[in-house]
Write a protein that binds this ligand. Sequence first.
Ligand code: URP
Ligand code: ZN
Ligand code: ZN
Length: 467
Amino acid sequence: MKTLIKNGTIVTASDTYKADILIEGEKIALIGNDLKEDGAEIIDAEGLVLMPGGIDGHTHLDMPFGGTTTADDFFTGQRAAAFGGTTTHIDFALQQKGGTLLEGVEMWKKKAEGKAVIDYGFHIAVTDPGEAMVREIEKLPAAGITSLKVFQQYKGLFMVDDTTLFQVMQAAKKAGVLVMIHSENGDVTDIVTKQLVAAGKTDVKYHLVAHPREIEAEATGRAIALAGVTGCKLYVVHMTCEDAVLEMKLGRARGYKVMGETCTQYMFKFEDDMRVPGYEGAKWACGPPVRTPKDAEYLWKSLADTTLQFVATDHCSFDFEGGKNGKKPGKELGKAGFHKIPNGIPGIEDRMPVMYHNGVNGGRYDINRFVAITATNPAKVHGLYPKKGTIAVGSDADIVFWDLNKEHTISAKTHHMNVDYNAYEGMKVKGWPVRTILRGKSIVVDGEWKQEKGAGQFIKRHSGEFL
Ligand code: URP
Ligand code: ZN
Ligand code: ZN
């Protein structure tokens, strides 16, 4: 099966140029001018930009959390991702209490089997520390798992102490595994939450009091210091504020192998959105929490100036009004108190258009930087490159056709995520994915779904780069 894409403008993290692309089977076979190929299906991309399919390095599909399970499974979540121009994601598999890391990965593979419609890998999240877990880290790369996540937050559930953190970092350095970290001081959140609840302060807005920026910055700085001592590669997930990013700047200036991710929601949702009267603010409860417009501007700047390397979604969807019409319980669980709100915000479908429109049209970075932070950098760091994350001969033909002039108003009424609200409701974006190709196959064309359930593939990843 051959496909020839004619007349498009190719945009990668480094170049912008007009050329044709010949796809043979699942791979890009040739890039050049005036290509001809007998028997190939011709797709005319005149006036369109061709970018590598998006790679979302941080998602939670079908994950038990906060007393329920995330609303999107591997079918609904991945299908929504494809509609938004994302062709690969890396989800967090959870180690089970009493289980091994690789058993956690196997469990998550089963969740995806028969449902996957785009390609995917797994990070493994440590939930049961101990010597056996630390010893197992060296076995991860052979299974294609080259990153793990540890938590400095969620005391009593996922949180690890500095002993475990340091041992994990040492083992990861030896094994060539990337350490990813949720940086917030969970001891402080635990104490403050208990005090607030005892004082009857359980409204949504107190979530912010239990997760102040200082404890994000402190934990980030601590993790970075330990990464410096051990020499491991560290990836700080969901960074929200200037205070934490300053720690990242310092660590990078010291020559430590540390990198940072932020997420779409931190650009658009703020503390004031959580302080509205009533329960509406629960939609934006996540950890670390949303901050301020000033922090958002600092994050935009940090994505542009390479202090931060990635924008992911931390897609973790819970219905605002769940638990009815056959749906899982959702945010309504937190009406019993802010500490019971399932933490997380949906966005796997929205990341690319929202970050394109507000970033590129908004004059915050150029289109090549957009490709870097949404596709190429995650591919490089998570060991997917050059199979994924670029448009080059030999790479998987994962291509998103971007119509720079197409306008769309984002809404829960039209999105494909299995969740009853959208963080970007009413946002008008210009620039829209009109076709998504995964390994040579058009899986979304002009809003029409073309993919078979189960056709997405698990990818064994190699050790990634430091950026
Ligand atoms: O609130 C969040 N971020 N939910 C997802 C779990 C995590 O910590 O990434
Ligand atoms: Zn986290
Ligand atoms: Zn997450």
